[in-house]
Design a protein around this ligand. Structure first.
Ligand code: FEO
Length: 164
């Protein structure tokens, strides 16, 4: 049986993951409008992953006999200065999500909920990847500058995400 404190915190994490999805979809729309189709694709993939993260929490709550309770999702921003601002925010946002996951790990330890702790380990590893990917793109964007052929090539590279 799921403790109420864990159920509540996991439900809040569903909301946080869906907010992340919404934020990245909004960023994708901005990229699309800004003639950066590769970045738009990358952000749509990111959106898709975030919905999967939300569903992992959803299924875990349901499997443990808890109740999934969905709440309103805040509206994300819709305008950014440039693509570098988008990825600076993405990195910051993922660092925030990491801090949330770590807080959940601490809560599960405090509650002696070892199953929840084990479930959360996947997210601990995933956040290392999430931060690393965002950081790599921040660095690449610093290298290519604002536009020109290098930006065109980077946009093409971003279009390859998920294509294997
Ligand atoms: Fe669900 Fe990007 O962390």
């Amino acid at each position: 049986m799921l403790k109420k404190s864990i159920e509540k915190a996991f439900n809040e994490q569903i909301n946080a993951e869906l907010y992340s999805a919404y934020l990245y979809l909004s960023m994708s729309a901005w990229c699309e409008k800004s003639n950066l189709p590769g970045f738009a694709h990358w952000m749509r993939e990111q959106y898709r992953e975030e919905t999967q993260h939300a569903m992992k929490f959803y299924r875990y709550i349901a499997e443990c006999g808890g109740q999934v309770k969905l709440a309103a999702i805040n509206g994300p921003e819709t305008e950014w200065k440039d693509i570098a601002a988008i990825f600076a925010q993405t990195l910051k946002h993922e660092q925030y999500v990491t801090s949330r996951i770590h807080a959940l790990v601490e809560l599960s330890a405090k509650e002696k909920d070892y199953a929840a702790g084990q479930f959360l380990q996947w997210f601990v590893g995933e956040q290392v990847e999430e931060e690393s990917h965002a950081e790599q793109i921040v660095v690449k964007l610093e290298m290519v500058g604002k536009q020109g052929p290098a930006m065109y090539m980077l946009d093409k590279e971003m279009a390859a995400r998920g294509a294997k």
